[in-house]
Design a protein around this ligand. Structure first.
Ligand code: FAD
Ligand code: NAD
Length: 476
C-alpha cells in the first residue's frame, strides 16, 4: 500500500526545494520516517541531463530520461509530500518559504506559505546570458526537456523552410546554418549530435539542401572544453574538423538579432574585428547564472554579501550565516564545478547526515530516559547503565561525521560520429582517452547512471530504434 502523508508534530519538518540531481540523490538516501518531508519543485520529474543533447535530434525520446517524482516518493518508507510549485522567496527569520503554482492550470489557491524546521535548497541554476541583447528573444537554451523539444522542432522547421519552392540560395544558406554559442560540454555535445543527425538522416531524406548544411561552434576562449585535458581538447577540435563542424574560438558574441549573431573576433595580431553571422537555428550554451530566489536569499543573509556565483556553504553544506538551511548542487558554492556528479554526491552526503542527526536525537532521548529512571531508582540500574554505555559508544561513532569531500570520478563528453572523450581517474593517476571505444564506455557509463531500470530499458530501445530505422524527422 502507498503510505499516506500525515505530518507528525513530534518530528521536524524538512523542506527540500527542487527535483534535480542534488535533491533526488538526497531523497534516495534519506530515511523519510525521521522527518515530515515536503518536496517543492515546478518540475514533477527528475531529468537525466547527460542524455538531454540526444533528445534534440530524436536519438533518444525525451520521456526516456524523465522519472516522475511521484514514482520516486512511492518507494520511500514513510510518505513525503510533493507540491508542484516554484519557491518564490525564503524568509530565514520566520522560517517559512513562499510557494507559487506557475503551471498552466491553477486552482483557487495558487500561492501560499510552508513553514520549515530544516530547509535544503537544490534549485539549480538558470542560463547565463550576460545581458547580451537579443539572446533571450531569439535563441534556444539547452537545459530542460522543453528546450530540447523546441530545438528538435526548429531544426526540422529550418530544413523544411530551406527546401521550400523558390527559396533563394542566400536564404537556404542562412536557414541551414546552425550556430551554437559556448564551447563547454553542452555546446560541444549538442554540435556533435546535430552533425550526426545530418550525416545519418537528413542527408538521405532531404538531399537537395544537404550540401548547404553547416554547424558553427562559437567560443570566447582560445579553445573548446576548457575543463578537459589538452590532449582531449586537440582530439575534439580535430574530430570536429573531420566532421566539418566549424569552430570559431576567441570569438565573443555581443548581440543577437532574429537572423544574425554579431561577434567580436580577436585576431592573432591583437586586433579585433566585428563579424555578422547569419543563422537559421541558434543554441545558447554559455553556462550558469544564479536563480532569482537564490539571489534574493543572499541579500537577506549578511554573511552571504561577498558570495557571487551562489550560496556560500561550509564543509557540511550549511549555508553560511544560517543554522538550518543547507544548499546543494549548482546553486551552492562549495568549491566544486557545477556538475551532476557534484550535486548527487552532495545530496547523498546530506541524506546520510540527516539520517545520522535523527539517530543522534533518538539515542540522546533514550539516554536521558534511562538516566532519569536510574536517578529515581526504578528498574534494573545495572542493565540501564550498560545500555547507556552502549548507546554513548554508538553516539560517538554517529556524531563523528566527516565533512563533505567530493570524489571526482572523471569527465565524459560525446563529440559526434560515435566518438567520445573521457578524463577519468585511474588508480592513482588520470587517464585521458578519446575515440570509438570511449564512446562505448560513455554509453555504458551513462546507461548505468540512469535513474531506474525503466529509464535504462527505454534508452536502449531508443538507441536501437534510431539505429535501425533512422531518427524520426516529423515536426510535432
Ligand atoms: P538541477 O538538476 O538543475 O535541478 C534543479 C531543480 O530545481 C529542478 O527540479 C528545477 O525544476 C527546480 N527548481 C528551479 N527553480 C525552483 C524554485 N524556485 N523552487 C523550487 N524548485 C525549483 N553534469 C555532469 O556531471 N555530467 C554530465 O554529463 C552532464 N551533462 C549535462 C548536459 C546538459 C545538457 C546540461 C544542461 C547539464 C549537464 N550536466 C552534467 C550538469 C548537471 O546537469 C547539473 O550540474 C545538475 O543538474 C545540477 O544539479 P542540481 O540538483 O543542482 O540542479
Ligand atoms: P560552461 O560554463 O562549461 O561553458 C560555457 C562556455 O561559453 C565557456 O567556455 C565560455 O567561455 C563560453 N562563452 C561565454 N560567453 C560567451 C560569449 N558571449 N560568446 C562566446 N562564448 C561564450 O557551460 P556548459 O557547457 O553549459 O556547462 C555547464 C556545467 O555543466 C559545467 O560545469 C559542465 O561541466 C557541466 N556539463 C557537463 C557535461 C559533461 O560532463 N558531459 C555536459 C554538459 C554540461
Amino acid at each position: 500500500p502507498v503510505p499516506q502523508f500525515e505530518p507528525d508534530p513530534s518530528k521536524k519538518t524538512l523542506v527540500i526545494l527542487g527535483t534535480g540531481w542534488g535533491s533526488v540523490a538526497l531523497l534516495k538516501k534519506l530515511d523519510t520516517e525521521n522527518y515530515n518531508v515536503v518536496v517543492v519543485s515546478p518540475r514533477n520529474y527528475f531529468l537525466f541531463t547527460p542524455l538531454l543533447p540526444s533528445c534534440t535530434t530524436g536519438t533518444i525520446e525525451h520521456r526516456s530520461i524523465m522519472e516522475p517524482v511521484r514514482a520516486i516518493l512511492r518507494h520511500k518508507r514513510a510518505a513525503a509530500k510533493y507540491y508542484e510549485a516554484d519557491a518564490s522567496s525564503i524568509d530565514p527569520d520566520r522560517k517559512v518559504i513562499r510557494i507559487v503554482d506557475n503551471s498552466e492550470i491553477k486552482g483557487a489557491t495558487s500561492e501560499t506559505e510552508i513553514p520549515y524546521d530544516m530547509l535544503v535548497i537544490g534549485v539549480g541554476a538558470e542560463n547565463a546570458t550576460f545581458g547580451i541583447p537579443g539572446v533571450r528573444e531569439h535563441s534556444c537554451f539547452l537545459k530542460e526537456i522543453g528546450d530540447a523539444q523546441q530545438i528538435r522542432k526548429k531544426i526540422m522547421d529550418c530544413v523544411e523552410t530551406a527546401a521550400f519552392k523558390d527559396q533563394s540560395q542566400e536564404e537556404v544558406d542562412r536557414l541551414m546554418h546552425m550556430v551554437v554559442v559556448g564551447g563547454g560540454p553542452t555546446g560541444v555535445e549538442f554540435a556533435g549530435e546535430l552533425q550526426d543527425f545530418f550525416d545519418e538522416d537528413i542527408k538521405k531524406l532531404v538531399p537537395e539542401i544537404s550540401p548547404r548544411f553547416k554547424v558553427t561552434l562559437i567560443e570566447a576562449l582560445p579553445n573548446v572544453l576548457p575543463s578537459f585535458s589538452k590532449q582531449l581538447i586537440d582530439y575534439t577540435e580535430n574530430t570536429f574538423r573531420e566532421e566539418k563542424i566549424d569552430i570559431k574560438t576567441k570569438t565573443v558574441v555581443k548581440r543577437v538579432t532574429d537572423k544574425t549573431v554579431e561577434a567580436e573576433v580577436s585576431r592573432p595580431d591583437g586586433t579585433k574585428e566585428r563579424v555578422v553571422i547569419p543563422y537559421g537555428l541558434l543554441v545558447w550554451a554559455t553556462g550558469n547564472a544564479v536563480r532569482p530566489i537564490v539571489k534574493d536569499l543572499m541579500t537577506r543573509i549578511p554573511a552571504q554579501k561577498d558570495a557571487r556565483r551562489g550560496l556560500a556553504v561550509n564543509e557540511y553544506l550549511v549555508v553560511q550565516g544560517t543554522r538550518d538551511i543547507w544548499a546543494i548542487g549548482d546553486c551552492a558554492v562549495a568549491g566544486y564545478a557545477p556538475t551532476a556528479q557534484v550535486a548527487s554526491q552532495e545530496g547523498n552526503f546530506l541524506g546520510r547526515l540527516f539520517n545520522n542527526m535523527a539517530k543522534t536525537e533518538d539515542h540522546e532521548a533514550r539516554i536521558r530516559e534511562l538516566s532519569s529512571k536510574m536517578n529515581i531508582g526504578s528498574g534494573n540500574s545495572a542493565e540501564a547503565a550498560a545500555e547507556i554505555e552502549k548507546l554513548e559508544k554508538q553516539l560517538r561513532r554517529i556524531k563523528d561525521i566527516k565533512p563533505f569531500r567530493y570524489s571526482h570520478q572523471g569527465s565524459l563528453a560525446y563529440i559526434g560520429s560515435e566518438k567520445a572523450v573521457a578524463d577519468v581517474s585511474w588508480w592513482n593517476g588520470n587517464l585521458a582517452t578519446g575515440g570509438s571505444m570511449t564512446y562505448l564506455f560513455w554509453r555504458s557509463a551513462y546507461l548505468s547512471m540512469c535513474f531506474s531500470t525503466r529509464n535504462r530499458v527505454l534508452v536502449i530501445l531508443d538507441w536501437l530504434k534510431s539505429k535501425a530505422f533512422g531518427r524520426d524527422v516529423s515536426r510535432e
